[in-house]
Design a protein around this ligand. Structure first.
Ligand code: GDP
Ligand code: IMO
Ligand code: MG
Length: 425
C-alpha cells in the first residue's frame, strides 16, 4: 500500500483542511508531516466551524488515527488549547491521536526570537505568523532543538533551561523588549503526556504493510516551500511532496496519489512577490466574497487571479496526479475571469517560473467568460455552468492533470467529487 499526499499548490489556505476532512472516510490514518501552528485549517460541517493548527484534519471521523509526524514543530500550549476546544465539541482525541517522539518543540523563546527578528527586518519582514516556526526549525537543523521524546526524560527542565539560556544570549543582539511566558508551555507539556508518543516512522510503515490507507496532510503551500517557494518570503519547512517522506519516514516509492489543491484564484498572506495580485476593486471583491482573512492571524489576505505559470511549477515539483479546485463559488459574480498563462520578463515571454519574481515579471493573461450564476448548491459536475467547466478544462489542458474535485463552498457537503475514479488504485 502507498501513502497519498494532499498538499497546497499556492501560498497556503487553499482549503486543505476542508478537503482532508471530506476524504478522511476513505482512509485509516491521516498524518501531518511539516509546519506547525502557523497553519490554520478550517473545517465546516453540521453546526461545527473550527480551525485546526497542529491536529490533523481527520480528527472528526471516528476510528481514524491521526498522526503528528516528526517533521512537525509543536507548541504544547497551542496544542492543548486546540484539543480542549475539540473536547468541547465532543471529540476526545487522546485515543486517536499519536505524536512522533521526533517532532520538535516550539519554546516560548522561539516565539520571541521570531518577533524580534521580524521587528529588526522592518520593511523587509517576511510577515511571519510569529508562532516561532523559523527559530524552532533553525534549532532543529542547528542541532540544538528539543524533541517531544525528551518531555519524558527526568532532566527535561534542565534541557529546556539550557536552550532558553542560549536564546536569551541570542536575543541580546536585538533592541527588543520581551517577557518570557512559560506557564502555558509547561501546562501543555504536562498535558501532552496523556497522548501516545510514537516512533511514527514505524507506525506509518507498519500500517502500510497491513494494507491500511494513509493520507498525508500538507500545511502551507508549495510557493512557501523553503527551497522552491518565493525565498526568502517562505516558511521554514519543505511543504512539497518530498516533505512527506522526510516528515513521516516514508520511502519515496511509498508515495501514491499526490492531490494538489488550489483556489480558483490566488491569495497570499504576508509579504513577498505575487505577480497576479489585484490591488483595486476586483481584489477587494475577491477578498470580501471569499472571506479572505487569515485563519491563524486574522490578517487580510492579498488576492489575485489564478497563476498557471506558478501552478504548473507546483504540479511539476510535487508530481501532482490529481488536482482539486476550491472556492470556485467565489467567482460566481464575475463577468470575466483572467488566468496568467505566461510571464513577460523584460520583453520576453516565458512559461517557466523564474528564479526570482521581481518587479520585471508581468503576467500575460487569458480572459475567459464568467458563469454569473450561483453554484454552491450544485453537487453534480455535469450540472455546473458550461463556462466553469471550460475554465476547469483549460486548467486540465495546461497542467496535464485532471481536476478530480471541485469545491463549491466551505461546508463538507459542498464538494463535487467527479465520478468513476477509484481513490485507491
Ligand atoms: P487551509 O489552510 O488550506 O486548510 O485553508 P484555510 O482553512 O486557511 O482557508 C480556506 C478558507 O476557505 C476557509 O475559510 C474555508 O472554510 C473556506 N473554503 C474552503 N473551500 C471553500 C469553497 O469551496 N468555497 C468557499 N466559499 N469557501 C471555501
Ligand atoms: P496553511 O497551512 C498561509 C506564511 C506567513 C508568512 C510566511 C512565513 O493554513 O495554509 P511563518 O509563520 O511560517 O514564519 O510565516 O508564510 N504562512 C502561511 N500563509 N497559510 C499558511 O498555512 C501559512 N503558514 C505560514 O503568512 O508569509
Ligand atoms: Mg490556512
Amino acid at each position: 500500500m502507498k501513502t497519498d499526499v494532499l498538499l497546497g499548490l499556492q501560498w497556503g489556505d487553499e482549503g486543505k483542511g476542508k478537503v482532508v476532512d471530506v476524504l478522511t472516510p476513505k482512509y485509516d490514518v491521516v498524518a501531518r508531516f511539516q509546519g506547525g501552528p502557523n497553519a490554520g485549517h478550517s473545517l465546516e460541517f453540521d453546526d461545527v466551524e473550527i480551525v485546526l493548527h497542529t491536529v490533523p484534519s481527520g480528527i472528526f471521523h471516528k476510528n481514524i488515527v491521526n498522526v503528528i509526524g516528526n517533521g512537525v514543530v509543536i507548541d504544547p500550549g497551542i496544542l492543548k488549547g486546540e484539543l480542549e476546544k475539540l473536547k468541547q465539541l465532543g471529540v476526545e482525541a487522546s485515543g486517536q491521536l499519536m505524536i512522533s517522539k521526533k517532532a520538535h518543540l516550539i519554546l516560548p523563546t522561539h516565539r520571541i526570537i521570531d518577533a524580534a527578528s521580524e521587528a529588526a527586518k522592518g520593511k523587509s519582514k517576511i510577515g511571519s505568523t510569529l508562532k516561532g516556526i523559523g527559530p524552532a526549525y533553525m534549532d532543529k537543523t542547528g542541532r540544538n532543538g528539543l524533541r517531544v521524546g525528551e518531555i519524558l526524560e527526568s532532566d527535561f527542565k534542565e534541557r529546556y533551561e539550557q536552550l532558553k539560556r542560549k536564546h536569551i544570549e541570542f536575543l541580546r543582539q536585538f533592541d527588543y523588549e520581551y517577557t518570557i511566558e512559560e506557564e502555558g508551555f509547561f501546562a501543555g507539556v504536562e498535558w501532552m503526556k496523556r497522548f501516545r508518543f510514537v516512533d511514527s516512522e514505524f507506525y506509518i510503515n507498519r500500517a502500510l504493510n497491513e494494507n491500511k490507507h494513509i493520507l498525508a496532510e500538507g500545511a502551507q503551500g508549495t510557493l512557501l516551500d523553503v527551497d522552491f517557494g518565493t525565498y526568502p518570503f517562505v516558511t521554514s519547512s519543505n511543504t512539497i511532496c518530498a516533505g512527506a517522506c522526510t516528515g513521516l519516514g516514508l520511502a519515496p516509492r511509498r508515495i501514491g496519489e499526490v492531490y494538489g489543491i488550489f483556489k480558483a484564484y490566488c491569495t497570499r498572506v504576508g509579504s513577498g512577490p505575487f505577480p497576479t495580485e489585484l490591488t483595486e476593486d476586483t481584489g477587494e471583491k475577491l477578498r470580501s466574497i471569499g472571506h479572505e482573512y487569515g485563519s491563524t492571524t486574522g490578517r487580510p489576505r492579498r488576492t489575485g487571479w489564478l497563476d498557471l505559470v506558478a501552478l504548473k511549477y507546483s504540479v511539476m515539483i510535487n508530481g501532482v496526479t490529481r488536482l482539486i479546485m476550491t472556492k470556485s463559488d467565489v467567482l460566481d459574480t464575475f463577468d470575466s475571469i483572467k488566468l496568467a498563462t505566461a510571464y513577460e520578463i523584460n520583453g520576453k515571454e516565458t512559461a517557466e517560473f523564474p528564479y526570482e519574481l521581481n518587479e520585471a515579471v508581468k503576467p500575460v493573461y487569458k480572459e475567459m467568460k464568467g458563469w454569473n450564476t450561483p453554484i454552491s448548491d450544485i453537487r453534480d459536475y455535469d450540472k455546473l455552468p458550461e463556462e466553469l467547466r471550460l475554465y476547469v478544462k483549460f486548467i486540465e489542458t495546461e497542467t496535464g492533470v485532471p481536476v478530480d474535485i471541485v469545491s463549491v463552498g466551505p461546508n463538507r457537503d459542498q464538494t463535487i467529487i467527479r465520478a468513476l475514479r477509484d481513490y485507491h488504485d
